[in-house]
Ligand binder design. Structure first.
Ligand code: ZN
Length: 204
């Protein structure tokens, strides 16, 4: 979770780095398990946030997430998960701008992101998400994460990305270009889906 606004301290052009995360769609989709359904349906409102200082959580946070099957995207369970992720990240105790499935114990490619690039800055939820960098421009900003309590650090992120996900209503693939701080949030959250934490990317 990224807590504050990106600090555009430096812009580095022409770094031929590839995004390590969110660029693979080769992981097979599989139906939600009984355990996942139980976790999604075990209550209302916010879900417990996983943290790296808990051993079981840390193993989960370092695991790769899988894709949803279409039937699950149409299900009440998915709608419940999406709503509870937004409730969790917007709760005053968290007050974040993004959250990923593994942070609520669900190893699925789903993120909730606050769209600072849209009017009203709504939270939106993106299933079967992956992203790729557009261009070489990068910027450094300060990040924190609810799953890494008590820390912050500077991370370099791409300034522009291509966002790809499945529309949960039409089940059609959607593509969109996202820039600026919102693009940074997507990169942080999509890293979670590959078991990567921002502390892996902190600049020395
Ligand atoms: Zn995070």
């Amino acid at each position: 979770m990224i807590i504050d606004i990106i600090r555009r301290a430096s812009i580095i052009v022409a770094l031929p780095l590839m995004l390590a995360s969110c660029s693979s769609d080769t992981d097979a989709a599989k139906p939600l398990s009984i355990e996942e359904l139980n976790l999604i349906n075990d209550g209302e409102g916010q879900m417990r946030v996983t943290t790296i200082d808990n051993h079981a959580d840390s193993l989960l946070l370092r695991s790769k997430s899988t894709y949803f099957v279409d039937d699950d995207l149409r299900s009440e369970a998915y709608a419940t998960l999406a709503a509870r992720m937004v409730t969790t990240v917007t709760d005053p105790s968290q007050d974040g701008v993004g959250i990923a499935g593994p942070q609520v114990g669900i190893l699925r490619r789903v993120v909730a992101v606050q769209r600072f690039d849209k009017e009203g800055e709504p939270f939106e939820v993106y299933p079967n998400v992956h992203i790729e960098a557009v261009g070489d421009e990068m910027a450094v900003g300060s990040e924190g994460c609810l799953s890494v309590p008590g820390m912050r650090g500077d991370v370099e992120r791409y300034s522009k990305i291509r966002l790809m996900y499945t529309d949960p209503v039409s089940l059609m693939p959607v593509e969109e270009i996202v820039e600026g701080f919102t693009a940074v949030i997507f990169q942080h959250e999509c890293d979670h889906l590959d078991g990567i934490l921002y502390i892996d990317r902190i600049l020395e």
